[in-house]
Design a protein around this ligand. Sequence first.
Ligand code: CU
Ligand code: CU
Length: 288
Amino acid sequence: MVYTRKNVSTLTEGERRRFVMAMLEVKRRGEYDEFVRTHIDYYVSDGEGRLRTAHMAPSFLPWHRRFLLDLENALRRVDSLVTLPYWDWTKDRTTTSAPWTEDLLGGNGRRSDRQVTTGPFAYATGNWTLREGVTDTEFLTRDLGRSRGPIDLPTRDDLEWAMKDPVYDVSPWNSTSARGFRNRLEGWGSGQGSAAWRNHNRVHRWVGGAMVGGASVNDPVFWLHHAFIDMLWSRWQHRHRDHHYLPAEPPDPGTSQHGRVVARHEKMPPWDVTPDEMQYIGRIYRYA
Ligand code: CU
Ligand code: CU
């Protein structure tokens, strides 16, 4: 049966509690840390001469779509009524609005060491010790809004700039692709400092702390952020019906991106699925 992913700000008290409980149980079972590890392992950038699937690549969207489905299935094995909520950061834009509440993800990190000390994912609860990371820090950290060098969340206009581009992605299929929906949404821009972070990337930076870098899955907001990104891809597909995932064919041998990006009908590691198979998910879930 098709299930529904809801806006996190509309969840009832009971839905919030069940979502949090399922997350904590997936963590307790050790499954959560495997997701963190997978994301670290697939954090490959342009500068490396190997296949990129998760980031700086056309398969950024289908890769995360599949990654979210795996976590959502783990949650639903715990509680079959739970679905992943999404965070619409064009509407909930303050450090105290959803999802930063005591009954959801807790609030900002404290000033001294950015440790999150409120809500169900605070270190002191004993339920959310970080075990996989790029640093040794065991507690969740956040720096909402970036205290040093403040930035704002992306706006509706920033998003529209991505949504209106009818072409899915363009050569060279990486962080320098100047056009195309994928990179405009993923958000690798030109320019210096904060001007270079757009849409998806800018939200990671705005949350700060654990959300910056390969171990960003350690902050549960990762899933809410990426569920919204996934919803935006669905909306883009709906709006540009004649446009599909690109590249349709692998880049030619001898060209710089040969063997480094996944074409529409190629397998997308670590799974046995192709981007094409991840394009239409209407039989699995929908967004409300
Ligand atoms: Cu990612
Ligand atoms: Cu991300």
